[in-house]
Design a protein around this ligand. Sequence first.
Ligand code: M6R
Length: 357
Amino acid sequence: EKGTYPHFMLKEIDEQPFVIRKIIQEYKNENDEIKLDLDIRQAMKNCDRIYIIAAGTSYHAGLLGKQFIEKLANIPVEVHVASEFSYNMPLLSEKPLFLFISQSGETADSRSVLVQIKELGHPALTLTNVPGSTLSREANYTMHLHAGPEIAVASTKAYTAQMAVLAILAVDTARAKGLELEFDPMQELGIAANAMEALTDQKEELEELAREYLPTTRNCFFIGRSVDHYVGLEGSLKLKEISYIQAEGFAGGELKHGTIALIEDGTPVIALATQENVNYSIRGNVQEVEARGANSLIISMKGLDKEGDAFVIPHVHHLLTPLVSVIPLQLISYYAALHRDCDVDKPRNLAKSVTVE
Ligand code: M6R
C-alpha cells in the first residue's frame, strides 16, 4: 500500500533508513555480535575467490560488495553481469564461491548462471529480498535483505539493503578469518541510517535541483572516482529508467578518453565527491567539463565540501558513503521523471522482475 505517498518509489526511498536499522537488528545477536548462519561463515572462510553475479542495480551493489569483501576480508572478488557470464565464463579458481545478488530472486539471467555453476558442483550464496524465490531455493545458502516488498520498478531500498548486508558479510568473514578491523559495521550503518533519514527530509531542495539542472535536457552525465563512480552508475540507471533522459555514468578519469566530446553548453554533469583520496582529482574533472560549458552539479560530503557545491551529504564512514550519496540521486531522478509526467512506478518497456533471458 502506498498510504499517503503519490508513488511507491517515493515511499520506498523514504523507507531506506528504517530498512538499514532493521538489517542491523536482524544480523545482530544478544551480545551485539554478528548473527550469521554458520554454514555461510564457513563457506566464506573456505573459498579462495568470490564471483558476484547480478544484473542492473543489483550489479551496482555487487561492485560495492567487491570493495567491502576485498578491503575488509581480503578475499579476491570478481563481479559479473549475469547475462554475460555464460559465454564469457572466466577461469575459475580452485575454491570458488558464487554470490548471487537479486532483489526479486527471479532474474532469469542470474538463474541460468546458477544452473550452470551447480552443474560444475560449485557452492552458491544468494542475497535476496524474497527468501522463497528461485535463486534462494536453488542456492546452497541465502541471506535475506529485509527491505520489505519493493513495488516500484526502479530499485531503491533493495540497493541500499544489498550494500548493508554485503558490508556485514564482509566484516563477519574478516572476523572469522581472525583479521583485525577498526570498522564496526553496526555502528557505522547506524550513523549512515541517520544520515539517510536526514536526506529524505530535504526533498524540496532536491526537487529544486532537478528543476534547475534537468528541465529539458536530453542527456546527463554522472562522474565520480572510486566508489563514487559506482554510485554514479546507479544514479544514471535510475535517471534513464524513469525519466528517459539519456544518462551515462563514468569514472572521472575516463571522460577525457572520449566522452568529453559530448559536453556542450549547458550539458548537465552530476559529480560525486565523497572520497577524500580522490577529492582533488574529481574536482579537476569538474573544471574540465565546466571549461567546455557543462552545467555541473556537485554532491559532496561534509568535511570535503567546497563553496559552490550544490548538495552536501552528512559525514559517514568512507566505505558507506554510497548508501547515503545515492539518496539525492534517487530523489533527483524521481523529481525529473515527475516533472516530465513520466509513469514513475511503471516506466515504459520495463518489468519489475526480468524472468526472460
Ligand atoms: O531482482 P533483481 O535484483 O535480480 O533485478 C535486477 C535488475 O533487473 C534490476 O535491478 C533493474 O536494473 C532495476 N529496475 C533497476 O532499478
